[in-house]
Design a binder for this molecule. Structure first.
Ligand code: MG
Length: 380
């Protein structure tokens, strides 16, 4: 029996993780579930999956959840301490990190310190903290199982090969809904348009990040830390069909790719059942009649990609600043305050105003995050 804690269980990845666990049957159980404020859905999930504990970051929502679950034997914890408790829950064999944005950072550190196996979907936590975790010796790559489809692909291509044998990786990107569409004026893009991803069904924040290509930028930094790569070993390639989920080129010139239909349940299931593989009823890939194409990314119309490379090259607290400015800019775009094309402008301006702290501590990353959000609001 594998016992699983899921942080961010009411989001897109969290809900799909529960569907995967449900379909896998009795060898997998849920011991902890957390979310931000969605107490109604979390209560439903708790009744169905019977975890030992649940947590909500929002204190008021946690109280309502407690009332809803007072007839079942399940601990309800509020606030950020509840999230940390779930990340280190004593009976959990695997912790799925499926939160959105910065909220994944401190639970990831707690889970790594507690020596947990982690299925990582929250890329932002590695963007913010990769350098700190590496320097402190906390980045145990054998304990970090990627859920992000590109990183899952690289991980699967690696098999038993050593990270030292990688010459480079090709991180594939669909390009999102506006890529190569000359007839669309990006300045006039609405949130409704940006939320229509051509291939993947995902949460709101990551869908906007995909449309700006910041998602790929964050994934470059995620890959750097997951696979111990230099930035010049990571090449982003536009692959509109989203069938090849990424490729690894080894030092002998051999290139391995992982293929499949674009469905997050594939990488989720692999991270859960690893090192085993299990049958499932997902729609399967058929190669006949398919054309797979690759192009260089358009760095002019999608400047977020280069902003991420710049932040990663600068290091220190800059990736945390990039991430926080992006989270704020996306929020302001979704509520109609700024235009789609202003998202990278806001991020760039905030980055320019930041005095990098080299060799940061965890508290420096937290402070850089806070500063960047205030600065982004001021710039906007
Ligand atoms: Mg991805």
């Amino acid at each position: 029996m594998k016992r699983i804690a899921i942080l961010g269980s009411t989001g897109s990845i969290g809900r799909q993780t529960l569907e995967v666990i449900d379909a896998l049957g009795p060898d997998y159980s849920v011991v902890a579930l957390t979310a931000g404020s969605n107490y109604k859905l979390l209560a439903e999930q708790a009744r169905k999956f019977k975890p030992e504990m649940v947590a909500l970051s929002d204190q008021g929502a946690a109280l309502r959840l407690k009332e809803k679950l007072d007839d079942i034997n399940c601990k309800v914890l509020p606030g950020s301490s509840g999230q940390i408790a779930a990340a280190t829950w004593f009976t959990a064999d695997l912790v799925v990190m499926a939160q959105v944005g910065f909220s994944g950072f401190e639970p990831l550190i707690a889970a790594l310190k507690d020596d947990k196996m982690i299925a990582l979907s929250n890329k932002e936590s590695l963007v913010i903290g990769g350098e700190i975790l590496e320097r402190k010796g906390l980045l145990d790559r054998k304990k970090l199982l990627p859920v992000d489809s590109e990183h899952s692909a690289i991980w699967q291509c690696l098999g038993t090969s050593s990270l030292k044998d990688i010459k480079k990786i090709y991180l594939t990107a669909s390009g999102g809904p506006f890529y190569g569409k000359d007839n669309i004026d990006l300045a006039e893009v609405t949130p409704e348009m940006a939320l229509q991803h051509p291939n993947w069904t995902m949460g709101e924040k990551i869908t906007i990040d995909s449309a700006t290509m910041m998602n790929k930028g964050l994934e470059v930094i995620e890959a750097k830390w997951l696979f111990d790569l230099n930035l010049d070993q990571i090449e982003v390639v536009i692959h509109r069909q989203s069938i090849i989920h990424s490729m690894v080129e080894y030092k002998d010139g051999s290139v391995l790719a992982q293929l499949g239909l674009p469905d997050m349940k594939g990488p989720i299931q692999y991270a859960i059942t690893y090192p085993e593989r299990r049958e499932n009823n997902f729609e399967k890939f058929n190669p006949f009649g398919r054309v797979l194409e690759f192009e260089k990314p358009d760095r002019v119309n999608f400047p977020c990609l280069d902003l991420a490379f710049k932040a990663a090259a600068a290091g220190g607290t800059m990736p945390a600043v990039l991430n926080a400015a992006n989270e704020e800019a996306v929020k302001y775009f979704l509520n109609g305050t700024i235009r789609f094309t202003e998202i990278p402008k806001v991020i760039e301006k905030v980055m320019k105003g930041h005095d990098i702290i080299c060799e940061p501590e965890i508290k420096d990353a937290v402070e850089a995050d806070r500063w960047s959000r205030l600065e982004a609001a001021a710039v906007i």
